[in-house]
Design a binder for this molecule. Structure first.
Ligand code: HEM
Ligand code: HEM
Length: 328
């Protein structure tokens, strides 16, 4: 392979890695239609990386012949990217969506995050120079053809998958698998990272258990976890606009705080759609699912559904005054 061809393959990989990473997080930001569109772009980028593999392996073999000091880090990068793609394919096909307490989706995202420092180092340590004469009309057309090929390959795979009897044929538009709907005992448990389950007692709960248990606002909503499962349940409790009646004047957001310190902030206009749930399927929540109360945020991904709520606080800050994804 000639020098300029190698440069083009490496730059195409860089663009594909960056777009896979961004569209993955974009998909996690929604539990509505944009999630599907980001995932179409996302999976196409992943397929694009696989299509470039024969060329990149030629580059890698050539590079590995030079005894560079940190070659192992490039090999590690290759392993992490391949593990991530494998996790993505295992999840999407459903061949192995769960593995003990872990999901293929967690493996997928975990390996992708772990690859980031390696990608940065790999690229910074090997500056590729793109000369203006390399940017031709032909390259532009080839890039377009490459993108179309990757998207077409993904689309054909998805059509075949949907027609197959693999579990992946029945996943939701967010890519999640529906588990234990309307059967709270079968609903999987997941928490942010490694948070242990706190035991919060009803007696002395700052929001007043008996008082709030008297409310019976109901909503049937799908909890769609970024770990790769979703579950539709009937939740009952108190709507936030009723809980906070008379206290929303001048507020721009509502902060919902967990006993673990975890918190998410919501736009105040959303209060009538948010439910502080004390029951699921007619029974009090279990400790794992957030006893005494958890937030139900329809059309938002699971990380917004704060468990073990100990405080619901109207604030003058805008709702976007928080990291887009929880950090703690
Ligand atoms: C899927 C992601 C990638 C993997 C798995 C990967 C893997 C490798 C491996 C194993 C080598 C040979 C060992 C070495 O030189 O350290 C290599 C070389 C190289 N890579 Fe990557 N790489 C990836 C993406 C990129 C990107 C995004 C760029 C730049 C934009 C890039 C630029 C280079 C260059 C310039 C070389 C040196 C080739 C030579 O010395 O002949 N790579 N890559
Ligand atoms: C190195 C970066 C990444 C690559 C190359 C990659 C690639 C892939 C591939 C090939 C699939 C399977 C697509 C299919 O056949 O449907 C997939 C699925 C998925 N990825 Fe990634 N991914 C990366 C990072 C991420 C990140 C950081 C996130 C989230 C923050 C993410 C979220 C997802 C989701 C939700 C699916 C499931 C899509 C579905 O089942 O329809 N990915 N990814």
């Amino acid at each position: 392979m000639r020098g300029p061809a190698r440069v083009r393959v490496n730059l195409a990989l860089l663009a594909l890695l960056a777009s896979a990473f961004l569209t993955g997080w974009l998909a996690f930001s929604y539990a509505t239609a944009p999630a599907r569109w980001s995932l179409v772009a996302h999976a196409s980028a992943g397929v694009g990386i696989l299509l470039l593999l024969p060329w990149k392996s030629m580059i890698a073999r050539r590079g590995l012949r030079h005894p560079r000091p940190a070659r192992w880090a490039s090999v590690m990068l290759g392993v992490l990217v391949l593990v991530s793609i494998l996790g993505g394919l295992l999840h999407s096909s459903g061949v192995l969506a769960w593995w003990g307490g872990y999901t293929a989706m967690e493996l997928h995202v975990g390996a992708a995050i772990a690859a980031v420092p390696f990608v940065v180092w790999h690229v910074v340590a090997r500056p590729v120079r793109l000369r203006p004469r390399d940017l031709s009309r032909r390259l532009f057309l080839r890039t377009g053809a490459g993108v179309a090929l990757a998207a077409g390959t993904y689309a054909a795979g998805e059509v075949a998958l949907r027609a197959s009897s693999l579990p992946g044929a029945r996943r939701r538009f967010t890519g999640s698998y529906e588990v234990g709907s309307l059967d709270p005992d079968a609903m999987p448990v997941s928490s942010w990272m490694f948070d242990p389950v706190p035991r919060v007692e009803a007696a002395g709960w700052p929001l007043g258990y008996d008082e709030l248990a008297a409310y019976d606002d109901r909503v049937t909503a799908m909890l769609d976890c970024t770990g790769g499962f979703c579950s539709n349940q009937e939740w009952a409790g108190v709507r936030l606009d009723r809980l906070l009646a008379g206290r929303l004047e001048g507020a721009q957001s509502v902060l919902v705080v967990s006993a673990t310190g975890y918190a998410r902030r919501f736009p105040v206009e959303e209060a009538p759609r948010l439910l502080l749930a004390l029951r699921v399927g007619g029974r009090p929540l279990s400790a794992e699912h957030g006893f005494p109360a958890r937030l139900v945020a329809p059309d938002r991904r699971g990380f917004w559904w704060v468990k073990w709520v100990v405080e619901v606080r109207p604030e003058p800050l805008p709702y976007w005054w928080q990291p887009p994804f929880p950090l703690q």
